[in-house]
Design a protein around this ligand. Structure first.
Ligand SMILES: [Mg+2]
Length: 369
């Protein structure tokens, strides 16, 4: 499958297992993490730099008061000798180790990660998380029929919101796709994602053409770093804009919010937790957003992985993206986390829950101690 910008055929990913020396039921307590989607694996950075740096540090540098590992202190160790700026692939590597350490922490405490995050950061967790199904990729000749059955399957599964890809085809073809979707779902529950496929020349006419559909949002209309073009679109069109999945730092978020003209009453921020230095990086992004008037509820983190879901629930963010394709490695919820009427109800199982997804358990099996 593909979107306006990339095909996923050659996509790679990294999996990380942190093994502790705490033994329970004869086995070490471990923490698991798996990459986000849309960027490639981070094996080089992990093996060459970040894993050796953490292993070489003194435990005094990352221990918590009970002799466990404090993920926030470990994060500071990971970021030693790293310069400002140039965020690129580095945040995704750090984010993986951060995610594995939070999973470990939650398993040590025998609590779900959402509850641990709410405790640590003093938030009121959201046990019922609003979700939307993300799909509608281009799939070849039977595109409209495939789109139709994909949306029907999502509605049957309990979804009430759907997002489809645009800007990878001529405008007329995308209008047919949007109109096919609108036969099954109202405009305010349908979002479109241009995956940066439009530009200065094309974006205004596409916005003009899409405006009458009253869509939930138009996502990543143009290059994510063209802040002035975001500002021009936001000032000319009322339709909500969602963006941020390809900004990986608080510094980039600051520039977007300073210069991108986004509106705190309607626009959505989609920075990806795993690709943005993990929980610690995300807290800095949230603080930056708050300074610019954007509440935590304006965040809909990119990707659709379970780690993001736990963070959305624990930090009470606005909602969660889920991968619509049931065959996708990261799609679905563990038994116990249930989807109904467009929301998932979190459960009380310890950790993030990656190993409770059968396909993920297969990925991790060869890595386990
Ligand atoms: Mg997107």
């Amino acid at each position: 499958m593909r979107n306006a910008e990339i095909s996923f055929d050659d996509m790679t990913a990294s999996a990380v297992v942190v093994v502790s020396d705490l033994i329970r039921d004869g086995r070490p307590v471990i923490g698991l993490a798996f990459d986000s989607i849309g960027r490639y694996g981070h094996g080089g950075l992990l093996r060459e730099r970040f894993i050796p740096r953490l292993l070489a540090a003194s435990p005094d540098d990352y221990a918590d008061e009970r002799g466990g590992i404090d993920p926030r202190r470990a994060w500071s160790v990971l970021m030693r000798n790293e310069k400002s700026g140039g965020h690129g692939e580095r945040p995704g590597a750090v984010g993986l180790i951060d995610a594995a350490l939070w999973d470990l922490t939650a398993r040590v405490e025998q609590k779900p990660l959402w509850a641990v995050l709410a405790e640590r950061f003093g938030t009121t967790a959201t046990r019922s998380v609003a979700v939307y199904a993300s799909g509608g990729h281009y799939r070849g000749d039977d595109d409209l029929a495939a789109l139709n059955s994909e949306i029907r399957a999502c509605l049957d599964a309990g979804h009430r919101r759907f997002k489809l890809k645009i800007a990878g085809a001529p405008l007329d073809q995308d209008r047919r796709r949007i109109e096919a979707a609108l036969k099954l779902i109202d405009g305010d529950r349908l979002a479109v994602d241009a995956t940066a496929g439009l530009d200065e020349e094309t974006a205004p006419s596409w916005f003009e053409a899409l405006q009458p559909y009253r869509l939930a949002w138009i996502e990543e209309p143009v290059d994510p770093l063209d802040f002035d073009l975001h500002r021009a679109l936001a000032s000319a069109f009322a339709v909500p804009i969602a963006t941020g999945e390809n900004l990986f730092s608080a510094a980039d978020t600051r520039n977007l919010l300073r210069y991108g003209g986004l509106r705190p009453d309607r626009d959505w921020l989609q920075m990806d937790v795993s690709l943005s230095y993990g929980v610690e990086g995300y807290r800095r992004i949230l603080a930056q957003a708050e300074r610019h008037g954007f509440a935590a509820q304006r965040f809909l983190p990119h990707a659709g992985h379970l780690f993001a879901l736990q963070v959305v629930a624990g930090l009470a963010l606005g909602g969660h993206e889920t991968a619509a394709d049931p065959a996708a490695l990261i799609s679905g919820f563990p038994v116990g986390i249930t989807l109904r009427e467009g929301a998932v109800m979190m459960d009380d199982e310890p950790g993030v829950g990656l190993d409770r997804l059968p396909r993920m358990a297969d990925v991790f099996a060869p890595l386990l101690p």
